[in-house]
Write a protein that binds this ligand. Sequence first.
Ligand code: AMP
Ligand code: GLY
Length: 422
Amino acid sequence: MRILVIGSGGREHALVWKLAQSKLAEKIFCAPGNGGIAQIAECIDIKADDIESILNFVKKEKIDFTVVGPEVPLALGIVDDFRNRKLKIFGPEKKAARMEASKIFCKELMAKYNVPTAAFKIFSEAKEAYDYIDEYGTPCVIKADGLAQGKGVIVAKDAPEAKAAVKSILEEKIFGDAGKRLIIEDCLQGVEASILVFTDGKTVVPLASSQDHKRIFDGDHGPNTGGMGAYSPAPVVTPKLFQEIMEKVINRTISGLAREGISYQGVLYAGIMLTDSGPKTLEFNVRFGDPETQAILPRLKSDLLEVMLAVSEGNLSRIKNLEWETKACVCVVCASGGYPGDYAKGKEISGLQDAAKMKDIVVFHAGTKKEGEKILTSGGRVLGVTGLGQTIKEAITKTYQAVEKIKFEGMQYRKDIGAKAL
Ligand code: AMP
Ligand code: GLY
């Protein structure tokens, strides 16, 4: 089969890497891809949200199957556009993608179908939100309704911080229309975990559990980022908790969507807070996590392409179970100096081949580009150095040995990825 993967991050490198192992895969393209993906697939210069150009490419190149990485094309309705033209694609349709594209839609659905989540209220007037903050107190969490490149959630510890967040979203409109409305919700305490499942709207096949590290600095300090590292499995998600999350979060959500006339097909990602009063849903994403995918896919023994095809054909019941390596996997993100704020680009990266030669190590690229023989930095999160080990401890040790071989000016990474699992 001729396959197109859409996106340019570490997640997409991991997807391309895993799809390339399928006996069904003949040739893989990636739009737009990155410096690492270019070594295993043909990168084409089309942006992930340029749906018209993607459609033209798919027809011209006779692509058999398209896999969407990021949320923006899904929210724009790329899956509907493909299906209308009888083209095969992996991902949820536009109505289903609202689970991520509108936090209000998502919270209302959870409330209606009794999916455990933080108590919340919706606001479109700043004055009413300020009064609510005064009345109910802090900490609280402010969430812009729409997509805001991962910056739309503010965990506010006091009233001035909460009101400043409301002001920037509703009055200063820093997220534009994505911030026409917002949610204020209770601040939950606990440990976070990511639970991803494949579903065709009827059958659900879970992936292995994982945990992200959102903050830039060790010990979960500093501002939020896209994710500084991940590991899988997450031992805090015991089999009993996993069962509870599947029943109360995943199954209720998918059947709730079905009752609203929405058949969810693709990967559904639940961000979970494990609180003293049980698992609560923080958010849903309608795509694979980044960097969770980099820590999950190296453990997957099953053929990813077969599973994705079954999902897109509405026939996931033909896949009984996924097979997993018992080994643990750790992904450490190497980021540009200054990230998640401003950072420089174009720094030459050295040591990539030395790291890649190590057993059980794979280096997924995110913000990189190939220039001649050189690989240069071109984004905030640059690499996801990923390693397998018999135990999580061994995976951590090996992965950091690989990280130490890699250098670029300004490189920063967390030294405590996976430590919580020990
Ligand atoms: P995202 O929506 O992925 O950018 O991430 C939001 C992050 O904000 C989560 O991973 C949590 O760390 C945090 N968060 C979101 N909602 C809550 C909540 N109700 N209580 C505490 N933390 C939250
Ligand atoms: N790792 C968080 C996300 O993919 O949204």
